[in-house]
Design a protein around this ligand. Sequence first.
Ligand code: BTN
Length: 315
Amino acid sequence: MYPLKVEIEDELDELVELLRDWRSGEELAARFGISRNAVWKKIQRLKEMGFEIEARKGKGYRVKYLPEFSVVSVLQAIKAAKAERIIRRVYYYTETDSTNNRAKNLDAGSLVIAERQLAGKGRLGREWLSEKGGLYFSIVLEPPLPIEDVPKITLAAGVAVADALLNFKARLKWPNDVLIDGKKVCGILSEISGEVERPKVIVGVGINVRNPVPDGAVNLASFGVTMEEVFREVVNSLVTRYVELCNGKWEKIRQRWIELADTIGKRVKVTAAGRTYVGKAIGLDLDGGLLLEVDGGIEKVYSGDCFYMVEGLKL
Ligand code: BTN
């Protein structure tokens, strides 16, 4: 399946806006400074993406049916967030293996989104179920940060999504699961590609909106929100936190992580770097590590798996 690739300056969203009324090919060509043939090509691309466009002699073109969520929604969200400098182009798939995989060889500034993933990837080699109705996207970033700061991008992304879903009482479970009522609504998978001196970071975000979810997970169906609304909030929040991080505001993000954390204060079992720690989560250290109180001492972990201990149960 090949994607619809759209550059921000393609103005495809404005074309759709104009096509709410009848527009002649000539008028559109003049408006965008392109040939009538180029207008026709853009219209064909929209049709491929599920837009129904009427064409009538003497009247021109008009949108008859607009999908609830489309590449136009993505472009609008990017523009509403004033994120054009960070996200410069969109690759929209109706179906692909994994947006993180598709993003791996792309330039920084690319956003890959799919309506459905056939091999969605979760953390630690797990599978991420990705049926239609959820949001599955990856952003390719080239952060002006040293490589050891890259994990902070993932923590910042968790904060961003939890803040975007604050109306639904979202909370964070270390390292970066977003929970609602103790159930997972969003997962984030960051991967590094490119060279060590100037690494590219792929931030992959999966949000359960209306898609069927596995046990222990939840979607947003009962809140009556649309994919478009969720995506718009999330993009805005992600870009805001990313810019903060790049501008040296990690401390602000760390404090917000702690405020939103569901994990802190809980007894946990964490497996990290081949070791297992059982203790109480007590904070997020200055460098982004989770602080654990274990047998009277303090341990710090940077990535791994975290389970909540049920009091009275031996794990
Ligand atoms: C987790 O295990 O919690 C992380 C899940 C990350 C899922 C997203 S969906 C978009 C992107 N593409 C993938 O294959 N995975 C991430």
